[in-house]
Write a protein that binds this ligand. Structure first.
Ligand code: AHR
Length: 371
């Protein structure tokens, strides 16, 4: 699809040069194909310029915002991957967590005539109209990170990213295994939830997993507060949860930055963080697995962290390179993710018959962490 529409103005430039070469050489009707091959094989610098320019791929990238460490690592991965020296022209738009702005960003990419659109959607819904316009313009869309809910899945070419339901199931399975190992009565669990951006797939998936586990293991979800995936809002949310539900003994944070805010709030309130629930300690679990969070796992401040991998640039590039070569790509491509805890007391968790090892956080792991 992409090769057919490959930058109309570039094709035009080639045609003009071919016509010019023909005029000089006195070519007849037969000459177009011969001139084309001259244009792409000749060493002459004018022809070389056209050839080089034709290889530039313009990518419109619609980013969510800058709410978290995860997001910053993700933006770095995109910028590093789609660099000018590798032949990319990256149009990077940051919607600052405003879904309407993000729809406008995508719409503008159509006017700008990009070759591909890479979309990391803030929320799952509201995309049908603009993505239909993108499809009508013949621009392939690669969705990354978060998921979409669409009437028509042909509105995007491929998706790559994390599986938030599975992330949530792993962390909940860890909580259950931890309870069994320590002979805790799970019906005493009072869980406070710090929610990520409402309507985003990580918020939906991670909390869906929590609700399912709560029903299965008789946990009580005391209440939820919005944390918007940020540290500042995470702290406010934790303060609010403590006021409303002082008996909370587990805090389920939809990401690491919210957990940092929760830690601040709990420490300021003089509450103890740890895994000794029976003696009043509060268990924190979170998602992402950023280096700072893994240090908090090592220090016993976050009990369990479900990884969400932000390094999506190379994966997206592979998809785009395959599409450029006219190949078909798998529509859905999940990335591999781990689960982390302080030690190997719980060595693995099992979800739907598959065992996922729990990785203990060591100094070596922290040193090798790239985000
Ligand atoms: O979509 C990925 C989520 O968004 C990460 O868990 C969170 O940190 C980010 O802001």
């Amino acid at each position: 699809m992409r090769n057919n529409r490959a930058s109309g103005w570039k094709k035009g430039a080639v045609t003009v040069l071919i016509a010019f070469a023909c005029a000089l050489a006195g070519c007849g009707d037969e000459v177009n194909s011969a001139a084309t091959s001259i244009a792409f094989s000749h060493d002459d610098s004018a022809f070389q310029t056209v050839s080089d320019d034709t290889r530039t791929v313009t990518i419109g990238f619609a980013q969510v915002g800058e709410e978290s460490d995860w997001r910053r690592a993700n933006s770095d991965s995109i910028r590093d991957t789609f660099s000018t020296d590798k032949g990319y022209n990256l149009l990077f738009e940051d919607a600052q967590n405003d879904p309407d702005t993000q729809i406008s960003d995508v719409s503008r990419f159509i006017q700008q005539g990009v070759d591909y659109i890479v979309l990391e959607p803030i929320v799952e819904t509201g995309w049908d109209k603009v993505l239909q316009e993108v499809k009508d313009a013949g621009i392939p869309v690669i969705v990354a990170d978060r998921q979409l809910t669409l009437e028509d899945d042909s509105l995007y070419t491929a998706w790559t990213g994390s599986n938030p339901d599975l992330e949530g199931k792993k962390v909940c399975a860890w909580i259950h295994a931890f309870a069994e190992k320590n002979h805790l009565d799970e019906s005493t669990f009072q869980i406070g939830v710090i929610q990520g951006t409402i309507g985003s797939s990580p918020q939906i998936g991670r909390e869906r997993a929590l609700r399912e586990a709560a029903a299965k293991y008789r946990w009580s979800i005391a209440g939820s507060e919005k944390g918007e995936f940020t540290q500042a809002k995470g702290r406010e949310a934790m303060d609010a949860l403590l006021k409303k539900y002082p008996d909370i003994n587990i805090v389920y944070c939809d990401n690491d930055n919210e957990a940092y805010g929760a830690i601040e709030a709990l420490q300021a309130a003089g509450r103890k963080i740890g895994t000794d629930i029976e003696h009043g300690e509060i268990v924190i679990v979170a998602f992402d697995g950023a280096e700072k969070a893994l240090k908090a796992v090592q220090d016993g401040l976050i009990a369990c962290d479900g990884e969400c991998n932000p390094l999506l640039g190379p994966k997206i590039e592979k998809i785009i390179e395959a599409l450029k070569d006219g190949k078909t790509v798998s529509k859905i491509q999940y990335v591999d993710e781990n689960i982390y805890a302080q030690n190997d007391d719980i060595s693995s968790v099992s979800i739907d018959g598959v065992d996922y090892p729990v990785t203990p956080v060591t100094d070596e792991l922290l040193e090798s962490r790239v985000y």
